[in-house]
Write a protein that binds this ligand. Structure first.
Ligand code: TRP
Ligand code: ZN
Length: 494
């Protein structure tokens, strides 16, 4: 189909609820009060990872290496039974630490096989091990829990997490929904490998990330075992359940593809989903080798969701995607999933890049050039939504999925491309994906890399396009060799 390269956010329907911002200052004040003295004491893990947009997401004091999630779900009763086994390392001495978990009933917690005390405090699960954990100690936490998972409502009004559907659940956790279905250190700074053992009624399919290790049906139930070997941020985990048509094959590059498509979406999805291998091959040429051993698509029918998500290895779509959306979620496998942000303020590193991938796809497949896409957007009058805030500074979690992040984020990359030329620009993208593969990247690092690869001072370009409010003036000069003064990096390096 004809790509619509200027299209902004990947919302498939417009979805808005009443603002929920009123409670935020109170929660923030409570957090600051709690976090201050606790951190000072030095043996209590902080209740948040320190992200100002989502202060209680993630936790302090430990790093998770692996999640083993054993879940049983009944789509009819909507009941979930779970056991989560987290393997982690203490980064400080810990007499107490938190996990993120919203709703659900916790029936037991052990630390290194010994019963631990626990209590619930809002969306925090506070765990007190019998014996303090030494700094550097590897430990294992087992949490058993059950109940009816409820999605959370994000600051922008969208549903996030375990979202029930008529035949199962659409499971997508960006930015904070992982806590609705498993206890986690739910901030992107802490990536881990995952094993999933998912049991659903026979006839239903449970699709998670990574490679399918096996599936077995007994006593009217089917258990699916999935392994996500490469590190993954909690928000990118899925365990989507439904009635699906399944297709499996291995690409020429040896990537294991598993597609699960709701039969009601199958006719519309087929022509797009069959392009997945060619889209991944094309993106591999531009961005470097595909970062994971598995791939695929989960095409659900979930009209209440209104967006698709780049769940790692296997994006989840709320309805049959168009080709732009497939290109976008696929590009996120490099930008967002393999190279992950460290604070939500840097969301343009995900969305600007995935949107620019759509522009490039159009340009190289008979559609309009990226320059045309840029020009069309640039014609947008000052005062319109596109210019509401600079993409490098959305201001709060309420705005991270808005037009400036996607469209103006892509415009930043186009300005960079025109400033440094195609060979250097594409080398920057590939180097970015390679250097931070299976890790993290920050905006400051991207700017530094762009300056290093191009030998140009890009201070004013990034300052204007990424960080300055309002519609930028049409010209933006780029000087010769970078002098690496303080400039735009001054307030970004931390
Ligand atoms: N990151 C998703 C994408 O662009 C979109 C997304 C995830 C989203 N969660 C959301 C959009 C919540 C709006 C609201 O592919
Ligand atoms: Zn996106």
């Amino acid at each position: 189909m004809t790509p619509r390269p200027h299209e902004a956010a990947r919302r498939t329907t417009v979805l808005r609820r009443e603002a929920v911002t009123a409670a935020v200052p109170v929660a923030l004040a409570a957090l600051l009060a709690a976090a201050g003295p606790a951190t000072a004491a030095g043996t209590v893990g902080a209740p948040g990872a320190g992200d100002p947009y989502f202060p209680l997401s993630g936790n302090g004091g430990y790093d998770v290496h692996h999640y083993g999630l054993t879940l049983g779900y009944d789509p009819h009763s909507r009941h979930l039974d779970g056991t989560a086994v987290l393997t982690a390392r203490a980064t400080q001495r810990l007499t107490r630490f938190d996990l993120d978990l919203s709703g659900l009933k916790v029936t037991g917690v052990t630390v290194d096989h010994t019963k631990a005390d626990f209590r619930r405090d809002g969306r925090e699960l506070v765990v007190t091990p019998r014996k303090a954990l030494r700094k550097g100690q590897e430990f294992r936490v087992t949490v058993t829990y059950s109940g009816t998972p409820k999605p959370v409502t994000d600051p922008d009004g969208s549903l996030d997490g375990w979202i029930p559907t008529d035949d199962g659940a659409f499971v997508a956790g960006e930015p904070q929904g992982a806590m609705t279905w498993f206890p986690a250190n739910s901030h992107p700074t802490d990536k881990a490998s995952y094993d999933f053992t998912l049991t659903v009624p026979k006839g239903s399919t449970a699709v998670a990330n990574g490679v399918l290790l096996g599936q077995r049906t007994a006593d009217g139930r089917t258990t699916f075992r999935w392994r996500q070997a490469e590190p993954m941020a909690a928000y990118l985990a899925t365990a989507t359940v439904g009635t699906f048509k399944v297709e499996r094959y291995t690409t020429r590059d040896g990537i294991e593809v598993y597609n699960a498509v709701d039969p009601r979406e199958a006719a519309a999805a087929a022509p797009v989903v069959k392009k997945l291998p060619s889209v991944l091959a094309w993106e591999s040429k531009l961005f470097g080798p595909y970062p994971f051993r598995a791939a695929g698509a989960i095409v659900d029918r979930a009209p209440q969701v209104g967006y698709a998500l780049e769940t790692q290895t296997r994006p989840v779509y709320d309805s049959a995607p168009d080709l732009d959306t497939l290109v976008h979620e696929s590009a996120h496998q490099w930008f967002g999933d393999s190279v992950t942000l460290t604070r939500w303020k840097d969301i343009w590193l995900n969305e600007g890049f995935a949107t620019y991938a759509e522009w490039l796809y159009a340009e190289q497949h008979g559609g309009k050039s990226a320059q045309k896409a840029f020009d069309a957007l640039y014609a947008t009058p000052a005062g319109k939504d596109l210019w509401a805030f600079p993409p490098g500074d959305p201001g709060s979690g309420e705005h991270i999925f808005e037009t400036p992040v996607y469209a103006r984020g892509a415009m930043v990359l186009h300005k960079l491309r025109t400033a440094v030329g195609d060979p250097v620009f594409f080398r920057i993208l590939r180097t970015w994906a390679a250097v931070h593969r299976e890790g993290h990247g920050t905006t400051a690092q991207f700017i530094r890399l762009s300056e290093r690869e191009s030998g140009k001072d890009l201070t004013s370009l990034f300052h204007t396009w990424l960080f300055t409010a309002g519609k930028p003036a049409s010209s933006c000069s780029v000087a010769g060799p970078a002098d690496h003064g303080p400039g735009v990096l001054g307030d970004q390096v931390h």
